[in-house]
Design a binder for this molecule. Structure first.
Ligand SMILES: NC(=O)c1ccc[n+]([C@@H]2O[C@H](COP(=O)([O-])OP(=O)(O)OC[C@H]3O[C@@H](n4cnc5c(N)ncnc54)[C@H](O)[C@@H]3O)[C@@H](O)[C@H]2O)c1
Length: 359
């Protein structure tokens, strides 16, 4: 008699880190140590840039925002992230950016790890910014201006403190409530914080300027006269076609560093420039193939748009970290019968023995 097909329960469970478990994990490690450890993974993956299969993300634009898929593979592990960007969402009490991501085994094609990535995107974006600044900012940088105190801003502040040793922040947002929220959240983190009344006054005396505003248009958050010699600009908010933060003259004066040029030319600050505008790839600076800053008066610009290998890095880091804890659940994501060809048998078995699969 033919055996009744069963679910191969051990083989099919996929680890899942949801928002609550992500919060528990980050809290147990501490935000700053989490960012520092993550920066090492990001740095490590930039160093093996050439091993990755890379492509610009696939973007679906609509009137109010964008939904994107971001894949990467190192030949052993494949990852992708689903992420949106909807600058008007906060007006309805929603996040501008939300995301989730997956790691899969290239050999079998099976997904084996799934995570929330709204928090992870904020963490990986901040850690990537700080990694870039470690190679591009002046080594004695202590003061950072942050323009935009939305969801990403505190993560940026703590990454620059933990990874670069920034001690003072000068912040500005067009919405004073956002700056108040920022100052409240950062109290107790041993950072000296000044809330400025304009972007212009926030950048005075800053060694590093982070722009992290959200607006689906060509904005001028920084104009050329606001940028002094020796400054490092971490331009994070301009990450979509038609969405920029820097005046084009700044790009002409400084040296521009990018993640994947094909993606940044579409989405970054350099979308304002001709297609052959010279840029340096960050991985080449990290590996020593190209020069970053050449002197204390250089203006360096990290034209950050966020790249899929950074999501790969944070998923890899999270998966490693979570193994030492109970901060995940098993997800019943894959239908795998004991006989791989008998997928239908799973349904047939349920009809004949309704109790079998719910046991
Ligand atoms: N490069 C990357 O890897 C990456 C990753 C994540 C998010 N982002 C981008 O970063 C931006 C910020 O994301 P968020 O989640 O913090 O958004 P958010 O909507 O939570 O916050 C944006 C903040 O910018 C402020 N703002 C808008 N215009 C301003 C202006 N002219 N001057 C000063 N402040 C201004 C708003 O008042 C708000 O507080 C978004 O554009 C997002 O797409 C980029």
């Amino acid at each position: 008699m033919r055996a009744t097909p069963e679910l191969n329960r051990d083989a099919i469970m996929v680890q899942f880190v949801g928002v609550e478990n992500a919060i528990k994990l980050i809290s147990s490690i501490g935000v700053e140590p989490f960012l520092t450890g993550l920066a090492d993974y990001i740095d490590e993956d930039f160093r093996r840039w050439e091993q990755f299969e890379k492509s610009p993300r696939i973007a679906s634009h609509s009137r109010d925002g964008v939904i994107e898929l971001m894949p990467a593979s190192d030949g052993v592990t494949y990852s992708f992230k689903y992420v949106n960007g909807h600058p008007q969402n906060p007006l309805d009490g929603r996040q501008t950016v939300t995301a989730f991501g997956v790691l899969a085994n290239v050999a079998t094609g099976y997904p084996d790890f799934v995570s929330e990535m709204t928090l992870m995107t904020a963490l990986r974006t901040a850690a990537t910014s700080a990694v870039a600044a470690r190679y591009l900012a002046r080594p004695d940088a202590k003061v950072m201006a942050i323009i935009g105190q939305g969801a990403q801003s505190e993560f940026q502040a703590l990454a620059f403190k933990a990874i670069l040793g920034i001690t003072r922040l000068q912040v500005f947002d067009i919405d004073p409530a956002a700056s108040e929220k920022f100052a409240r959240n950062m109290a107790g983190y041993d950072l000296e914080i000044t809330v400025a009344d304009s972007a212009q006054s926030a950048v005075i005396g800053a060694d590093i300027v982070t722009t992290i505003t959200a607006d689906k248009k060509r904005s001028v958050i920084l104009s050329d006269n606001m940028v002094g010699s020796g400054m490092h600009i971490n331009a994070v908010g301009g990450d979509c076609p038609g969405k920029t933060e820097l005046h084009a003259d700044i790009l002409k004066r400084g040296k521009v560093f990018v993640e994947l040029p094909e993606q940044t030319r579409i989405e970054g600050e350099i979308q304002q420039m001709p297609e052959d505008f010279p840029v340096t790839e960050l991985w080449r600076v990290i590996t020593g193939l190209d020069m970053g800053r050449t002197g204390s008066s250089d203006i360096t610009i990290f034209d950050s748009v966020g790249f899929a290998t950074e999501d790969f890095s944070v998923l890899r880091y999270l998966r490693d970290k979570v193994q030492e804890t109970e901060h995940f659940i098993d997800l019943d994501l894959l239908a795998e019968p004991t006989d791989p060809r008998d997928l239908f048998g799973l349904i047939g078995a349920r009809q004949q023995h309704p109790d079998r699969l719910s046991a």
